[in-house]
Design a protein around this ligand. Structure first.
Ligand code: 3HC
Length: 312
């Protein structure tokens, strides 16, 4: 028996090392399955909770066009969540159990969604920075070793690009506006910049999953590598529309070929993921209310499918 397990493990490692895709019916180490369920479910929860800060501005969008764009974006996020719950289910978990873990506060979702969306400029900053960070992190996931996750990401990334562009266009428009609008845009950047950098996870030295997940080709780049790319991509975008980056330590480092930047407040990061962020309580309350309010829809769908199956 031991020999078989050893042989299966060696085959699996060789398959992943050859950059091939692991599919649901393939043998995989329990730890590989477990870490994928962990990451994919948290990713799905992040998409669903991520609808909340933007959802609050759909009725307050400044024009019909902006309302239509924001509606489309929030609907996309819902679809991303359902896509990712489906990808998680291919690993043998039940979506209802994953959702229960979210609603009970047991499951993690991205820290970024525990910050309040205070002004319309926040909707610009969220699209530009949060979806920008999400793209930075999700494009490499299109090459993840687990087939269903990689394929889900390919679809998701196409829509994320629209999300990021519409956010940046809001910021651009505000920066061409009145002084008050410019101040609103700068205030949003000031409040969303550092939490967006926290989306990439703890520093590499603190990351407990990175080394193994990089060996398994789940993670293609480290947390700090992707964070650095985000900084280097965003700084010129901010400067181009006249926004000032809220980091006095930010400066170009010719030798490194990238920007040096200030220290992230990791106390804040761990505080937020421990549930003590500004909006953690509100987000879970909103999700629990939406889940309760949607019970009749779920019951009706089950009743319909049972009736239809009974008639076939
Ligand atoms: N928020 C909450 N928890 C976080 C976090 C964050 N920003 N960053 C890290 N963590 C957690 C990890 O989940 C892990 O906790 P766990 O063991 O209980 O799961 C712990 O902190 C240690 O972090 P690691 O770096 O060791 O964990 P990972 O290797 O999993 O890396 C990650 C963290 C980079 C977020 C990785 O999980 C990942 O790439 N996930 C997929 C992408 C994703 O979930 N993005 C979130 C945003 S989705 C989004 O923005 C949608 C867009 O449409 C708006």
């Amino acid at each position: 028996m031991i020999e078989t397990q050893q042989h299966l493990r060696e085959e699996f490692d060789a398959y992943v090392a050859a950059d091939k895709k692991i599919e649901p019916k393939d043998w995989m180490p329990d730890a590989y399955r477990k870490t994928l369920i962990r990451q994919i479910s948290q990713h799905a929860h992040s998409e669903i909770v991520g609808m909340l800060p933007e959802g609050k501005w759909i009725t307050r969008a400044p024009s019909l066009q902006r309302k239509a764009i924001l509606l489309a974006k929030v609907q996309d996020e819902a679809g991303h969540g359902l896509y990712l719950y489906s990808a998680a289910e291919t690993l043998g978990v039940d979506r209802a159990d994953l959702v229960d873990d979210l609603l009970s506060g047991k499951a993690k979702y991205s820290s970024i969604f525990n910050y309040p969306s205070l002004t319309w400029a926040d909707i610009g900053a969220i699209g530009w920075l949060v979806d920008g960070a999400a793209i930075m992190n999700q494009v490499p996931l299109c090459r993840c070793s687990y087939g269903p996750y990689a394929r889900a990401m390919t679809r998701v990334c196409k829509e994320e690009s629209f999300h990021q562009r519409q956010g940046y266009s809001i910021m651009m428009q505000l920066m061409k506006g009145t002084d008050a609008q410019k101040e609103m845009a700068q205030d949003a950047l000031n409040r969303w910049w550092w939490p967006s950098l926290m989306m990439f996870g703890p520093s590499d030295s603190e990351s407990m999953h990175s080394s193994q997940n990089m060996k398994w080709n789940i993670k293609r780049f480290s947390n700090d590598e992707l964070r650095q790319r985000m900084v280097d991509m965003t700084v010129p975008q901010a400067e181009c529309i006249g926004l000032k980056m809220p980091d006095p330590d930010l400066k170009w480092n010719e030798e490194k070929g990238g920007h040096d930047f200030g220290e992230i407040d990791w106390t804040e990061f761990y505080d937020v993921i421990a549930g003590n962020g500004i909006c953690n309580k509100e987000r879970l309350e909103d999700r629990n209310k939406a889940h309760d309010d949607g019970e009749w829809v779920r019951d009706a769908a089950v009743a319909y499918s049972e009736k239809r199956n009974a008639n076939t």
